[in-house]
Design a protein around this ligand. Structure first.
Ligand code: AMP
Ligand code: ZN
Ligand code: FE
Ligand code: FE
Length: 292
């Protein structure tokens, strides 16, 4: 069994890199991919520990990107891109590039606090940063809002305050979707479109259109397997991957206690089960594509 989509506490997971390596080893995973949001820090810390433990560790990242706005100028929902094998080798510019996003995140967080305060919510950046020590994200804001009784559920925190169109929404300077695909390729990585089930493109025709555009710009993979995919979703994405010669990728999207229903390696109620052959196929396919 393998899991190629996981988060540590270096982004919005709760397990430290060391804890995640221990857990993966303990449950007998043959390979673990760490795909923190916008940072390689979790991977960097885990790498020597995984080597010691004899666990195959895959360097990954998950980038939040924005598609170009539609003609009406509205803000499209963000699209997540996975990048795999980034250190084999990563371009020197890639780390610097993601550091820029980390700064834009910090700026967004400061504005978000100000906006929440202006709405009468008493919250400080320090309170949120205690939870998101390394890379503070909106899920950490949601936890504080919940704890302070401003909302009753995590989802209510997003619906009322934090979601893209909610009352405290702050636009962040995010990388553009197509540019993100190119950057991952330039960084030596395999770009894969994350959890397609969350895309606004729900019907097959609009999905195909999006995939064509992204493939023209270097997309190589599609996250066929994910704990939010129903068996029907998985079947559709498998078909699309075959149709467009996209490499299948997959993982649970483990976030530790921040998403307690998702378990490392096995997903939600055992709905993810990935063989080592998926990883072998990813490696073989990128090598073949590079040789073309
Ligand atoms: P950030 O990277 O700080 O912008 O936060 C993004 C994360 O917030 C996503 O990965 C989701 O876990 C969560 N999130 C964003 N929008 C929503 C929403 N509308 N409802 C629930 N969770 C959301
Ligand atoms: Zn996350
Ligand atoms: Fe994601
Ligand atoms: Fe994720």
């Amino acid at each position: 069994m393998i899991d190629l989509h996981t988060h540590t506490d270096r982004s919005d997971g709760t397990a430290s890199p060391a804890q995640l390596v221990d857990d993966a080893k303990a449950m007998g995973l043959q390979a673990l991919g760490i795909t923190d949001h916008d940072t390689l820090e979790g991977y960097d810390i885990a790498a020597p520990l995984a080597a010691q433990a004899g666990l195959e560790l895959i360097c990954g990242i998950e980038l939040s990107t924005r598609p170009d706005p539609p003609p009406d100028g509205s803000r499209p929902p963000s699209v997540h891109l996975l990048g795999y094998f980034l250190q084999e080798p990563a371009s020197p510019g890639f780390r610097q590039w993601i550091r820029g996003h980390q700064e834009s995140r910090r700026e967004r967080n400061r504005k978000l606090i100000a906006k929440l305060n202006s709405l009468g919510v008493e919250i400080t950046l320090e309170e949120v940063q205690v939870l998101g020590k390394h890379l503070t994200g909106r899920p950490h804001f949601a936890k504080v809002l919940l704890r302070k009784g401003y909302v009753k559920t995590n989802q209510e925190a997003f619906d009322r305050y934090l979601a893209d169109n909610a009352s405290a929404s702050v636009e962040r300077d995010e990388p553009e979707l197509v540019g993100g695909v190119r950057r991952i390729r330039e960084g030596g990585g395999l770009p894969s479109l994350a959890h397609p089930v969350r895309l606004p493109e729900r019907d097959r025709a609009s999905l195909e259109k999006l995939l064509r555009t992204l493939i023209d710009n270097g997309l190589q993979g599609l996250e066929v397997y994910h704990s939010e995919h129903s068996p029907e979703d998985t079947a559709l994405y498998k078909e699309l991957a075959a149709q467009f010669q996209l490499i299948e990728t997959g993982g649970t999207d483990f976030h530790g206690d921040n998403k307690p229903s998702i378990h490392l390696g096995t997903g939600k109620g055992n709905n993810v089960s990935l063989n080592y052959s998926l990883l072998e196929n990813m490696r073989r396919s990128v090598a073949e594509m590079a040789a073309r």
